[in-house]
Design a protein around this ligand. Structure first.
Ligand SMILES: [Zn+2]
Ligand SMILES: [Zn+2]
Length: 553
């Protein structure tokens, strides 16, 4: 009889920061862990979001017993509105705050009716198919985060989710060392651990250092204070409220996702707000500036966010004035630096003082640094170690870290999205691949943007476009004159009249031996495109996108 085989397939988050997702499969049972999104990289022009490719699961949707969600950050839940319909809405399991954040999201997509949201608590255990699943508390930059242990017929796997080992977290809830030690004593087949911050030696600073900074800033600020952060950083919002209460300021909340999340977190008891501490923005505006704090979105410079609108003097309710102090309580995600810097400049121009991570500890990471990662490995003592959540070099470095603790290289499995991990009772290895690319979400469409469209957009952005319109006499099949040429983003047309005139002639000449009126228009177009492309490259060393149009008259 064949040995039982446990297959684990990462579908996102291994080889990139973002869109975390993993499938755990044994026989006819599958559980999924997380379903995140990723913000597009610079070369993905005009793409709004990137989500995991779930092609591998499409014909297995009926085997999915549950979808375990570790916490409410976008890179763990943001893909759900797009992925749930593709996979026939498997039941979701997450903590109260995580489910609250998912619910806000699914409401926006009108999917809430069809989704089964099961609320679990850290410490809960449940059976899903052949698997027994346990959730354990971890510290992270959002409350109510958990890691998961999945007990399978082949052995137990432990998935940390995102974690840090903060001894003074805002909500006072520590990573559950006792549970990890207990799992370890029962034997752990494989540990899947967060690699995000593997390049940083030592320990990640506690959330408490941010509270200390807020304390200093709030005690010194003369005017209004505006704090921008991620809408999902509920504990950061709590820190702002605590400081505001201490220094007798009232808090206003602006930015749609921030307003929704704050309302939800208050309702579920994750934000402790004394009566009257939060006021609607229009009431807040009646107070003296030195009694006001505004919490908002846009710390990443997102265009259209509340802070970006304030920076551009375009916010309906908040106008930046001399003496405002703006705190950007996040560090820019790679790719967002430029937008963040532009906002900082614009805020300064309007008279605000801007405090950001390079000036003051206004943000700490939610991810474990090296010493914490080592502690996790030594505590869990897995047979196999699999680095997750990171770009490829993070994964390799995290693997080396495990080796430095004495794990043999053959028991460290550096896996990438789509690489199948296979475990039997006496082996663990990478064996085979599944289809696992990027799925682009562009406006309302999911997955209808392929690499050809992206290549075209890149092409257009780099070299512009040139449209050549030629009129063909229906009777003779011959051009009636020089083609018209219109260009955008290629050359400044008025200063390049000579070039354009020559191009018109080149296009016409290319059709010179085109005497036969039966020649089809596809042929004429190709001919014009080739000759123009060749001519323009010779003259400008650029390759604009060329669109030949044939008009029959
Ligand atoms: Zn996270
Ligand atoms: Zn994450």
């Amino acid at each position: 009889m064949a040995k039982p085989v446990l297959r684990i397939v990462p579908l996102g988050g291994l080889g990139e920061i973002g869109k975390n997702m993993m499938a755990v499969e044994f026989g006819d049972d599958i559980v999924l862990i997380d379903g995140g999104l990723m913000f597009p990289e610079d070369e993905m022009l005009g793409i709004d979001l990137v989500i995991p490719d779930v092609s591998y699961l499409l014909d297995k949707a009926h085997k999915i017993r549950g979808w375990l969600i570790t916490h409410g950050h976008e890179d763990h839940v943001g893909g759900l509105p797009y992925l749930l319909p593709q996979l026939d809405f498997p039941p979701l399991y997450g903590t109260k705050l995580t489910q609250g954040l998912i619910k806000v999201k699914l409401d926006e997509h009108h999917l809430i009716e069809r989704t089964q949201l099961n609320v679990i608590q850290a410490g809960d255990s449940l059976n899903l198919g052949v698997f027994r699943v346990e959730f354990f508390q971890v510290c992270h930059s959002i409350p109510d985060s958990v890691g998961v242990a999945v007990h399978t017929p082949v052995g137990t796997i432990v998935h940390t989710g995102d974690f840090k080992l903060d001894h003074t977290p805002v909500d006072g809830k520590l990573t559950d060392f006792a549970k990890l030690a207990q799992l370890s004593s029962q034997g752990v087949l494989a540990l899947f651990s967060d690699s995000t911050r593997v390049e940083v030696p030592g320990y990640t600073a506690s959330e408490k250092t941010v509270s200390d900074t807020f304390d200093t800033v709030f005690s010194n600020a003369k005017g209004r204070i505006i704090v921008a952060t991620f809408a999902s950083l509920i504990s950061r919002v709590q820190q702002v409220i605590d400081a505001a209460v201490k220094y007798e300021r009232k808090v206003g909340v602006t930015g749609r996702s921030m307003e929704n999340n704050v309302a939800m977190a208050r309702q579920l008891g994750y934000l402790k707000v004394p009566d009257g501490a939060i006021l609607p923005i229009d009431q807040l505006a009646k107070l003296p500036l030195e009694e006001i704090v505004i919490v908002t979105t846009g710390a990443q410079g997102e265009p259209g966010s509340a802070l970006s609108r304030m920076a551009n003097g375009d916010h309906r309710q908040v106008t930046i004035v001399q003496g405002d102090t703006v705190i950007l309580s996040s560090s820019p995600i790679p790719g967002n630096e430029e937008a963040v810097t532009r906002n900082i400049d614009n805020l300064y121009k309007r008279g605000a003082i801007v405090l950001y991570h390079r000036l003051l500890p206004v943000h700490v990471s939610g991810h474990a640094s090296q010493e914490e990662q080592k502690l996790m490995i030594n505590l869990v003592k897995p047979r196999y170690f699999v680095p997750i959540h990171g770009e490829y070099h993070h994964l390799v470095l995290h693997g080396k870290l495990a080796e430095s603790l004495g794990w043999p290289a053959e028991n460290v499995l550096v896996d990438e999205d789509g690489d199948i991990l296979e475990f039997t009772p006496d082996s663990g290895r990478i064996n085979g691949r599944v289809q696992c690319g990027y799925v682009f979400v562009d406006g309302l469409g999911v997955g209808d943007i392929g690499s050809v469209v992206l290549r075209d957009r890149k092409h257009l952005a780099q070299d512009g476009i040139l449209v050549a319109v030629i009129a063909i006499d229906r009777q003779t099949g011959r051009p009636t004159g020089l083609p018209d040429i219109i260009s955008r983003g290629f050359v400044y047309q008025r200063e390049s009249e000579e070039l354009i005139e020559q191009a018109r002639q080149v296009a016409l000449d290319s059709l010179d031996h085109q005497k036969d009126h039966t020649a089809d228009y596809g042929f004429i177009k190709n001919k014009m495109r080739d000759s123009l492309s060749h001519f323009l490259y010779e003259r400008t060393k650029r390759r604009p996108m060329i669109l030949p149009l044939v008009v029959e008259i």
